[in-house]
Design a protein around this ligand. Sequence first.
Ligand SMILES: C[S@@+](CC[C@H](N)C(=O)[O-])C[C@H]1O[C@@H](n2cnc3c(N)ncnc32)[C@H](O)[C@@H]1O
Length: 257
Amino acid sequence: MKNYANIRGDRMEAYSRFAYVYDMLMEDVDYEGWVDYVESIFHRYETKPKNIAELACGTGNISNLLAFRGYHVIGTDLSEDMLSVAQEKAVDLGMQVVYLHQDMREMMLPNELDCILCVCDGINYILHDDDLQNVFQSVYEHLKRGGLFIFDISSYYKLSHILGKNTFAENYRDVSYIWENYFDEEKRICDFDLTLFIREGKLYRKYTENHRQRAYTEDEILGMLGKIPYRKIETFDAFTFHPPAGESERIYFVCQK
Ligand SMILES: C[S@@+](CC[C@H](N)C(=O)[O-])C[C@H]1O[C@@H](n2cnc3c(N)ncnc32)[C@H](O)[C@@H]1O
């Protein structure tokens, strides 16, 4: 692991210190398979996108792979720390991806994109309905006719029943974490209190971050998308083309302009 010892502190913004251990904690995620799934959606829609923007791209796991597979990719994220990891990995891989520091609520992208992606919970970080409605509208405006908006959410079921009210912990050699979650039924917000212990020489430094995600139902999201004139909208249980079920943990939405 890199030594980011110049970054000091205790209580941090979401995805600041965590950015530097994110990939280690996500090492079991099959990102190649994830990109295969996205490409299978392109195939289903008989489209071959060229220009793709990924919102909330994080450390670039999806964006860099898409670039590797020949797409022209722009990755945007709210966290400069996540983007700096993404950029560094793109350079190591010899990939050209344009990484932009941007809040998706204030999107500034080229128009006429073939596809806009937002996967692995980016949408759950938008906590208010009016902000999410604006994001959806803005995505629509940035797509060309026939273009696809593909995004997922961690489902209401997952945030309220699986993650919420539970504590998770892992203990690795260079980093340990405790991830305490609280689900507020009334506000429908899941608070993730993350405590990280990161090795610096012989000692471990403690950091804390708070992440907040909003639990949306499929119907709520469909209600918002329904206000935008997409010609086709489909929903799937993640990584399949089956409809979502009550216990789906991740739900995919595919909208065609
Ligand atoms: C769980 S990570 C997912 C990262 C990446 N998509 C992946 O698949 O690994 C969620 C990301 O959403 C970003 N994010 C949260 N709120 C955002 C916003 N308003 N605009 C843009 N990015 C945001 C965070 O900085 C973080 O990188």
